[in-house]
Every structure is written in C-alpha cells, then in structure tokens.
Design a protein around this ligand. Sequence first.
Ligand code: HEC
Ligand code: HEC
Ligand code: HEC
Ligand code: HEC
Length: 178
Amino acid sequence: MRDNGAPNGIIEDITVIYFLRFLKSLCIPLLPLLISTIITLPVQPGVAESNHPEFVGTFACKACHEKEYNSFMQFSKKAKSFESIEKMRKGLTEDEIKKCYFCHTTGYGSGGFISPEKTPHLKNTGCEVCHGPGGIHVKTRNPGNIKKRIAMEDCARCHIAERVRAFRYKPLIHGGGH
Ligand code: HEC
Ligand code: HEC
Ligand code: HEC
Ligand code: HEC
C-alpha cells in the first residue's frame, strides 16, 4: 500500500542512502582511532596473546601494602628463591637451569620472568605467584583486579606432591606468604 504516492522502492533507497551517510559520518572521525588500534596491537604481543595483565614485581606492591611487603621480604624464603638456583648453578646446564625458573621466579613462561638481566624485578618468587599479575591492580587500586581467594591448587603448581613428600611437609595455605 502507498500512502504518499512515492513508489516503495525509492523510499527504501533513500532510507538506505541516509543510513549509509550516517554510518560514514560516524566512522570517519573514528577511523584513525581504529587504524591506530590495529597498528599498536601487535606491538604488545604478550598482552594481546595471553590477555593477561602484566607482572610488575614485588617492589611495586610496597607503596600500598607495606606490612605484607616487609613481612614477606623478611620471613619468606620465596623472596630469595633465585639465590637457591645460583647456589646450585655449578654443574647444571643452561636447559636444566631454565627448568628451575618455572618455580623459583615470577611468571616464567606466562609473560613474566625472562632472564635476570631483562627482568630483574621478577627474578624471585614474589607476591604475584599467589595473587596473580598485578599490572592492572597497581593502577586502579581496585581490589577486584587482584586475586585474593587462593586455593591449595595454586600452591601445588610448585609445591608438587613429589616435592612435598621429599621434604616431609605439607604447605599450609597461609604459610609462605606473609
Ligand atoms: C597504588 C596502591 C596499590 C598498589 C601499588 C597495590 N595495591 Fe593492592 N590494594 C590496594 C587497595 C586500595 C586495596 C583495597 C583496600 C585494601 O584491602 O587494603 C588493595 C587490595 C589488595 C588485595 C586484597 C583484595 C581483596 O579482594 O580484598 C590484595 C590481595 C592486593 N591488594 C595485592 C596487591 C599486590 C600483590 C600488589 C602488587 C602487585 C598490590 N596489591 C599493589 C592498593 C594497591
Ligand atoms: C611459583 C611457584 C610457587 C607457588 C605458586 C607457591 N610457592 Fe611456596 N615456595 C616456592 C619456592 C621456590 C620456595 C623455596 C624458596 C627457596 O628456598 O629458594 C617456596 C617456599 C615455601 C615455603 C617454605 C617456607 C618459607 O618461609 O618460604 C612455604 C611454607 C610455602 N612456600 C608455602 C606456599 C603456599 C602455602 C603456597 C600457596 C598459597 C605457595 N607456597 C605457592 C614456590 C612457590
Ligand atoms: C616444581 C617446582 C620446582 C622446580 C622445578 C624447582 N624447584 Fe627448587 N624448590 C621448590 C619448592 C616448592 C621449594 C621449597 C619447598 C621445599 O623445600 O619443598 C624449593 C626449594 C629449593 C631449594 C632450597 C632447599 C632447602 O632445603 O632449603 C633449592 C636449593 C632449590 N629449590 C633449587 C632448585 C634448583 C637448582 C632447581 C632447578 C634445577 C629447582 N630448585 C627446581 C620448587 C621447585
Ligand atoms: C604464598 C602465597 C602468597 C604470597 C607469595 C603473597 N600472598 Fe598475599 N595473601 C595470600 C593469602 C593466602 C591471603 C589470604 C587470602 C584470604 O584471606 O582468603 C593473602 C592476602 C593478602 C592481602 C589481603 C589482606 C587482607 O587482610 O585482606 C593483601 C593486601 C596481600 N595478600 C598482599 C600481598 C603482597 C603485597 C605480597 C608480596 C609482598 C603477597 N601478598 C604475597 C598468599 C600470598
């Protein structure tokens, strides 16, 4: 049915044309932004690939959590875990040493520790082995951006059954941190 005398087809065409113009006017200002996003994405492969926030290292937590920081640095062996590798370095091949990194450093193989030279702030096992990468949390200060609920499975990644038996101790959920 026609009510204004114009053929339906034309009305539809006009609607489509206006809609496309509207889209264009919307997209042109956004285009540079879109392009720059596409260009910069591959520049941060770690972030883009894993979708993980960055590891920032234990010292970055000090400013706001001094109590936990001091207690950790003073009492936890984790804060000196790289020394344990150094002590045994003689007689180990480079490949064998890399296997130690998984447990004795922060975030090795998942966007964290690379080498003592490149990532000195991540060379010991720090806060983030339990609380997860803190890159977003240190900026937002939002407790929602950091892991608080920690389960035994989180510890078992490094405190593997074999090791627990060998050392005759079962890690306590509140031990080893602060
Ligand atoms: C710029 C300040 C700031 C820095 C740096 C910071 N935090 Fe926080 N964090 C906060 C605030 C604020 C809270 C919420 C109040 C509180 O619990 O003290 C919080 C809470 C937390 C909580 C409790 C979360 C919850 O659900 O209650 C944990 C765990 C935590 N932070 C860990 C860390 C770790 C690990 C680092 C270092 C990687 C860190 N924070 C660095 C400000 C900071
Ligand atoms: C990324 C690996 C890793 C994770 C995850 C981890 N630990 Fe550890 N932990 C270590 C290493 C490595 C040491 C030994 C450091 C050294 O002596 O060189 C250690 C040492 C300890 C010790 C020995 C005593 C001390 O004061 O340090 C306790 C207890 C402990 N961890 C408890 C825990 C608990 C509980 C959890 C989970 C909430 C946990 N750990 C998660 C790697 C880890
Ligand atoms: C699967 C995780 C894991 C790997 C891999 C690992 N460690 Fe450990 N290491 C631990 C944990 C957890 C502790 C502390 C708790 C314990 O004593 O069981 C520890 C403790 C140590 C200690 C202190 C022992 C003591 O009696 O205080 C030394 C030294 C050490 N590791 C050296 C190494 C070296 C060197 C490598 C690599 C060849 C290595 N570790 C690989 C998890 C690991
Ligand atoms: C071995 C694991 C482990 C490490 C390493 C660790 N924490 Fe924790 N952290 C915990 C556990 C477990 C809790 C208690 C969570 C709960 O209440 O359920 C906790 C709680 C916290 C809280 C919340 C305290 C509260 O009263 O609500 C803060 C803040 C925090 N940790 C900061 C840090 C900082 C900063 C570091 C490094 C200096 C660190 N943690 C290292 C295991 C760890």
